[in-house]
Write a protein that binds this ligand. Structure first.
Ligand code: SF4
Ligand code: FES
Length: 374
């Protein structure tokens, strides 16, 4: 009898996402494969956080279409799948921005996430670095069809450093994973079910653990913000610089971003990568302790390394950082070949604004007739 030839599984899997094919290790999720490609091909992720075990699968913003399951079984998957929880198969073909179904579903997910989320970006400390704000701009619809009262909650004080705004929470669970995996005692979690679910501390215990501040960094929205920075400044007016100190806490990486205004340190955060997650150093996530975050607010406490490179497409990266490419000068083109004048006299530039007309002596507003009379 002929001996059955057993095929070794390939050591890498080929996956095609939005027509770009790459090889990845077996066990890689579609989302992480897309992150290797980078750019627009990468689905947004509001609950997945690569440094937190068990995260993902809650928010559905990372949905993608699987047009072919694998080379062995090329049938399409019947429903859109969460890319953060779906591992690649050899020969899998995935559509993200090339799929109308995905775009439509994502707009629906954003609409759902915003059902109960207050539209208070103008007064929210997370504005400018909020993933939901970015998601809303990129994938949201113009209006809401929701006609009912939004959820409200009793205000709860969860301690001296962290401000909780439950109305803004999207229940991504990231902060509970931080408390479980990074701090040594979790005193908060998600209480109740469905509509009534809320982040809360157990019988109003304060969150005072050494690493609790990292919950602020992982919160994708303005539900958990830094009490020591609240309302002090808009984030886009501050200048982020990379800094470090020799922290005595062995679990703290001591590498941070200082958010400065002049020489004043307004806020200290962990350093973030292009996906908005804390950067890793020597293969370990760069979590920082509360002493570094809340207790070292002088530049003298830190060795400043230089300007922070912000690679996220957020408003804080606009206009003032390293590697900035200035747009081509178009003013001369727009002005028909004339260069801009620094000091312009309005009457030299505009025939409409005739100096012989004293606008203060005209009854009512001036219009073209007023100038034609001269
Ligand atoms: S408070 Fe923030 S991090 Fe925690 S579950 Fe809500 S949105 Fe997620
Ligand atoms: S990031 Fe995949 S479900 Fe939230």
């Amino acid at each position: 009898m002929a001996e059955e030839i057993k095929k070794e599984p390939p050591s890498t899997f080929k996956v095609t996402i939005d027509n770009i094919t790459i090889d990845v290790a077996p066990g890689t999720t579609v989302l992480n494969a897309a992150r290797i490609i980078g750019g627009d091909v990468t689905p947004p992720a509001m609950c997945y956080y690569s440094k937190l075990k068990g995260s993902g699968g809650k928010c559905r913003t990372c949905l993608v279409e699987v047009a072919a399951g694998s080379t062995a079984d090329p049938r399409p998957m019947p429903k859109l799948v969460a890319s953060c929880r779906t591992t690649v198969m050899d020969g899998m073909i995935v559509k993200n921005i090339t799929s109308d179904k995905v775009k439509d579903a994502r707009a629906g997910v954003v609409e759902f996430l915003l059902l109960n989320h207050p539209l208070d970006c103008p007064i929210c400390d997370q504005a400018g670095e909020c993933h939901l704000q970015d998601l809303g701009y990129e994938h949201g619809k113009e209006g809401t069809r929701y006609e009912f009262k939004r959820r409200t909650f009793e205000k709860e004080d969860i301690g001296p450093y962290i401000q909780l705004h439950m109305t803004r929470c999207i229940l991504c669970y990231r902060c509970t994973y931080v408390a479980d995996q990074i701090t040594n005692k979790r005193v908060h979690g998600i209480l109740d079910r469905g509509e009534h679910s809320e982040i809360s501390t157990y019988i109003s215990k304060a969150i005072d653990n050494d690493f609790s501040g990292n919950m602020i960094d992982v919160c994708p929205v303005g539900a958990l913000t830094d009490k020591t920075f609240r309302f002090k400044n808009r984030v886009w007016f501050t200048k982020p610089v990379d800094a470090h100190r020799n922290c005595e806490n062995p679990d703290c990486c001591g590498k941070t971003t200082l958010w400065l205004r002049g020489d004043e340190v307004f806020r200290v955060t962990a350093r973030k990568d292009e996906w908005g997650e804390v950067q890793s150093f020597d293969g370990k996530p760069g979590w920082i302790c509360n002493t570094c975050r809340f207790g070292k607010k002088k530049t003298a406490d830190w060795e400043v390394e230089g300007l922070t490179k912000i690679s996220r497409h957020s408003v804080i990266s606009q206009g003032k950082y390293d590697g900035l490419v200035m747009p081509k000068e178009t003013v001369t083109e727009v002005m028909g070949g004339r260069g801009p004048k620094l000091l312009m006299h309005i009457h030299d530039e505009s025939g409409v604004n005739n100096p012989a007309i004293d606008l203060s002596k005209i009854n009512g507003p001036a219009h073209s007739d007023t100038f034609d009379k001269v």
